[in-house]
Design a protein around this ligand. Structure first.
Ligand SMILES: Nc1ncnc2c1ncn2[C@@H]1O[C@H](COP(=O)(O)OP(=O)(O)OP(=O)(O)O)[C@@H](O)[C@H]1O
Length: 248
């Protein structure tokens, strides 16, 4: 397997497997998955329930360790890092957006957005902060608390918080799962905009063919394996591939 990574690749997984448990009760959640995420690309991961999407995202983002295989972020092999270095890498080089926003309720919008910088002991680059805040459409909400915002606005705060450190890759786990259709589309339009405008690399796990159609490429997992991929997806083509993969 070629393990050389070019400067055009943000993240490279090589033969990544994850086995939970031991012996007869063991579950192979990922089975030798290899994939490269090009810098500035937007990739969606789909697959039937239990196909390994969450496990894939957790291994790719350094939240979980593969049983075998390697995960590279730029030139760094995550699987060789000790826990403290991995924690620092996640904080400084990766952005996360979850279904449940995960904002701190006692902090206002600006404080939530700049939290990763404070945790890293870094000051805010004011020009970048202003650009991020204006791109996500929150310039007039900076002093509000999360409880004073709609779900869509809270997810915009989470996206701004993920962008503020200028991460090499942003991982989004069902980012529209808690939103109504219209608000969900606005959040997806924002993610697309972040890729196009900032050249941000994004990987998103989703169950929704319409959400996946905002990506440049959809990769399909089935039984922990890379089953298929689709470039320049549209919702109908994504739904058709999912139906071919079985129940979803
Ligand atoms: N901590 C764990 N211990 C044991 N088995 C696990 C664990 N986490 C996941 N699994 C198993 O690994 C397989 C893949 O799970 P995973 O959550 O990655 O799938 P998924 O595609 O994200 O599913 P869903 O769409 O339902 O969220 C499943 O069979 C699941 O039961």
């Amino acid at each position: 397997m070629g393990t050389k990574i070019s400067g055009a690749t943000a993240v490279q997984l090589t033969e990544v497997s994850k086995v939970y448990g031991r012996g007869a009760a063991s579950v192979t959640a990922l089975d030798k998955v290899s994939i490269a995420l090009a810098r500035g690309s937007f990739t969606a991961v789909m697959g039937p329930s239990g196909s390994g999407k969450s496990t894939f995202l957790h291994c790719a983002a350094g939240l979980d360790r593969p049983t075998s295989g390697t995960v590279r972020l730029g030139d760094t092999d995550l699987t060789r890092l000790k826990e403290a270095a991995l924690t620092e890498l996640r904080r400084e080089r990766i952005g996360f957006v979850f279904q449940a926003y995960n904002l701190l309720p006692a902090l206002n919008v600006e404080q939530n957005i700049t939290l990763p910088l404070r945790l890293a002991g870094r000051g805010a680059d004011q020009a970048w902060l202003r650009e991020v805040v204006s791109r996500v459409g929150l310039a007039d909400r900076l002093t509000h608390l999360p409880s004073e915002l709609s779900g869509g606005q809270q997810q915009r705060v989470a996206i701004a918080r993920a962008l503020v450190t200028r991460p090499e890759v942003m991982f989004a786990d069902e980012p529209t799962g808690a939103l109504d259709t219209r608000t969900g589309r606005q959040v997806l339009t924002l993610l697309r905009d972040v890729v196009d405008h900032f050249k941000q690399t994004v990987l998103m796990v989703t169950h929704d063919p319409v959400a996946a159609s905002f990506a440049d490429r959809v990769v399909f997992l089935a039984d922990g394996r890379f089953a298929d991929s689709l470039d320049r997806p549209n919702p109908a083509a994504v739904a058709e591939r999912m139906t071919r993969l079985g129940e979803w």
